[in-house]
Write a protein that binds this ligand. Structure first.
Ligand code: ZN
Ligand code: ZN
Length: 196
């Protein structure tokens, strides 16, 4: 299925983000900021799509939760026809924000692993308000640091992907507690039966 943004006419002053080829976005893919002066270029496929709840992402974007797609540093950079991006290093986290000096749009964050996380707002700009289905977040990261609870069925990793997950320990504790309660009831019924 082709993405919605493929059929839509290109919005004014935007690069074409999504010239889709049967199920994947065509590479290279260009994304531009709100004012159009800054552009980034992805030349390879993203590594992951996630909601991040970490303090660094929250502080560097001003959002409570940030939906991003993440590329290796070699697969995403500033486009040749872009205005140079501004850069801000987080004071305490090993992260940086790379932004348009014209409109302030965040073009990408560089995380502690050196990977480049692009806020989905840029994809929305390019795709007329919707993120292509292939780029939809498939997990929550750093959920232990969240400021908002999210009710969905996606895995919620307390920190990085593949680590311990939110709710799994609690669910196990619930099962154990339920079993103990059932055993106690059975015990009491058995005692009553013996006394009868
Ligand atoms: Zn701009
Ligand atoms: Zn984060």
């Amino acid at each position: 299925m082709l993405h919605k943004c493929v059929d839509a006419p290109a919005p004014p002053r935007r690069d074409t983000a999504a010239l889709a080829i049967q199920g994947s976005l065509a590479m290279p893919m260009s994304l531009s900021c709100h004012c159009g002066a800054s552009r980034i270029l992805a030349t390879g496929n993203p590594l992951m799509h996630a909601y991040c709840h970490c303090q660094g992402c929250r502080e560097l974007t001003g959002a409570s939760v940030v939906a991003t797609s993440t590329w290796r540093s070699g697969d995403l950079g500033v486009a040749p026809n872009s205005r140079p991006l501004g850069e801000y290093l987080h004071a305490t986290q090993q992260m940086s924000r790379h932004f348009c000096t014209g409109c302030g749009d965040v073009m990408f964050l560089v995380n502690a692993l050196g990977m480049r996380a692009v806020p989905h707002a840029l994809l929305e700009h390019a795709c007329q308000g919707s993120v292509p289905a292939l780029y939809a977040p498939v997990m929550h990261l750093h959920y232990a640091q969240r400021r908002v609870d999210v009710l969905d069925d996606l895995p919620k990793y307390l920190e990085r992907a593949g680590g311990p997950r939110h709710g799994v320990a609690a669910a196990m504790a619930g099962i154990v507690a339920t079993r103990a309660a059932a055993d106690a009831v059975r015990e009491r019924i058995g005692g009553d039966a013996r006394r009868a």
